[in-house]
Design a protein around this ligand. Structure first.
Ligand SMILES: NC(=O)C1=CN([C@@H]2O[C@H](COP(=O)(O)OP(=O)(O)OC[C@H]3O[C@@H](n4cnc5c(N)ncnc54)[C@H](O)[C@@H]3O)[C@@H](O)[C@H]2O)C=CC1
Ligand SMILES: O=C(O)CCC(=O)C(=O)O
Length: 489
């Protein structure tokens, strides 16, 4: 929604150390998806000229920033972490109002942002190269690493603190300057993050934020000749466009996209724990995680017991505004997402899946004003159905029975994605087969499919990513180039 309003009511872009209105003069309302009559605030609906200003600032700042020691850059990140920690309550509340997940989840995610910053602050003191023996015994040969230059960061709305942080913190610690374009839905949360960087005293131009339309500002980042690296999380369609634009001009890119993550429940599993993991992994954050459980493959001998337990518990989940401590699940983050989820539910019914619970907009009057969808479980699902193949990004679970583990792994792999996968079993043979044969970047045993740890590499196989990894020390591979040095007196 584009609304004419006074600039002083709006959150501004952050360019070259200054908070500035867009040259377009336009702003966009950020709406609370739990109560669509509540406007959280306004953000800049920027144009290409704003992006150019931000990229120029980042370009001017990159020389001095890369010359600082890693420890000095780390000191800035420690300061940002402390400020984010101080503001955790306000930032978590803003996140909740912008995208709808529960306050507890928003607080947890903001705390994760603090931990990510501290982790990468420490990276400034760690090794960045190796000594390699030269065939010339009078020479020394070693590798070092250099930053890419200006990095464009394009982020989605589902993790408005964690994803920007796990991209910006490594970009900065390894000596790059940053231009971020957050999802429009969560741009006020992003502005509050940028304020922490500002107050930590980062030099002007080192970090810049331009908010606005995805195609205009995100597309502009992908095509900008002065941006050397682009890191993106979001949909497959957009990711592929960014990859192609970057490739055509020789820029480096990193894409984290969708998932269609399976949870396998073997007959020897602890069924109560598996049900808990299915609900938490599939429905927390209203299923809006790329790591969310979407397909549940259950061994035939325990299928009916598992299904009864699952449906019984899903029916009891409480929907509501994230600010109510009784709420277990909030709304979808925006209208388009709600409509996408509903259209997948319709497809499931039309293609012959059996709706066990949920299936539409809740009737409760107090939920009328938000983008709510009931938590939904289907069975009678076959692998060729749309709801078993495409990423839904909503609170929808599909149950599929299997007879043997081999069949389960084959069904689990029968999608174009390969991000995350889980198995519940006590059998070591099952576990080893799953680790060996599951095509996923993240395999988890007796744990839910969602929930990544910031110190470990994260990324997918097949269509889920550009085959690179984010987070942990793996981040250095994207945010730097290796320079091999041959040195002789
Ligand atoms: N992997 C993940 O974590 C996420 C996956 N998704 C998937 O994407 C679907 C659609 O959600 P959207 O918010 O519409 O995702 P999206 O891919 O359109 O948005 C992600 C980011 O890309 C930007 N963007 C949009 N169009 C662009 C373009 N042409 N060039 C460059 N940047 C662009 C957006 O403004 C946002 O910052 C979801 O239903 C879900 O399946 C969405 C968000 C996160
Ligand atoms: O499961 C998580 O904690 C991370 C999920 C994620 O990266 C995403 O949904 O984009």
């Amino acid at each position: 929604m584009t609304i004419e309003t006074k600039q002083e009511q709006a959150y501004l872009n952050y360019i070259d150390g200054i908070w500035s209105p867009s040259v377009t003069g336009r702003v966009t309302a950020s709406i609370n998806p739990a109560n669509t009559s509540e406007i959280v605030g306004y953000v800049q609906d920027s144009g290409e000229a704003d992006l150019d200003l931000a990229v120029s600032a980042a370009n001017r700042a990159k020389g001095a920033w890369r010359k600082l020691s890693g420890a000095a850059r780390g000191d800035y990140l420690f300061k940002v972490a402390n400020l984010l920690e101080l503001r955790l309550a306000d930032i978590a509340e803003t996140m909740m109002r912008e995208m709808g997940k529960t306050l507890a989840e928003c607080k947890g995610e903001t705390a994760r942002g603090v931990a990510i910053l501290r982790y990468y602050a420490g990276e400034g003191m760690r090794k960045i190269g190796d000594v390699i023996p030269s065939t010339d015994n009078e020479a020394m040969m070693f590798t070092t690493r250099v930053p890419l230059g200006v990095v464009g960061v394009i982020t989605p709305w589902n993790f408005p603190v964690a994803i920007p942080m796990w991209k910006m913190a490594p970009a900065l610690i390894y000596g790059n300057t940053v231009v971020i374009k957050p999802a429009i839905e969560t741009s006020i949360t992003a502005a509050k993050l940028l304020a922490c960087f500002e107050e930590a005293g980062l030099p002007p131009g080192v970090i810049n934020m331009v908010t606005g339309d995805g195609a205009v500002i995100g597309g502009g980042i992908a095509q900008h000749p002065d941006i050397q690296g682009i890191t993106f999380t979001g949909s497959n369609n957009v990711g592929k466009q960014i990859g192609q634009a970057a490739l055509s001009r020789g820029a480096k890119y990193q894409l984290e996209m969708g998932g269609k993550n399976p949870l396998i429940v073997a007959e020897d599993a602890n069924l109560d724990l598996a049900v808990e993991a299915a609900i938490s992994g599939g429905l927390k954050s209203t299923g809006q995680k790329c790591t969310a459980t979407s397909r549940i493959l259950v061994q035939a001998s325990v299928y009916e017991t598992f299904r009864t337990k699952l449906v019984d518990q899903v029916k009891r989940l409480k929907l509501g505004n994230g600010n109510d401590s009784a709420t277990w699940m909030g709304p979808c983050a925006n209208e388009k997402q709600r409509d996408t989820v509903l259209s997948y539910i319709d497809k499931g019914i039309v293609e012959g899946a059996n709706l066990l619970c949920g299936g539409g907009i809740p009737a409760d009057e107090e939920l009328n004003n938000g983008y709510y969808v009931q938590p939904t479980v289907f069975d009678g699902v076959t692998s060729n159905m749309t709801i078993a193949q495409e990423e839904i990004f909503g609170p929808v679970l599909a149950l599929i029975p299997f007879d043997h583990l081999e069949e389960a792994i084959s069904l689990a792999n029968d999608v174009e994605y390969g991000l995350s996968a889980s198995i519940f079993t006590q059998n070591i043979g099952n576990i080893l087969a799953f680790i060996a044969d599951m095509d996923a970047g993240l395999v988890r045993i007796n744990a839910e499919t969602a929930g990544v740890e910031l110190q470990a590499p994260f990324g997918g196989m097949k269509q889920s990513s550009s085959h690179s990894r984010e987070q942990g020390q793996a981040a250095i591979e994207f945010f730097t180039s290796i320079k091999t040095v041959f040195l002789k007196a």
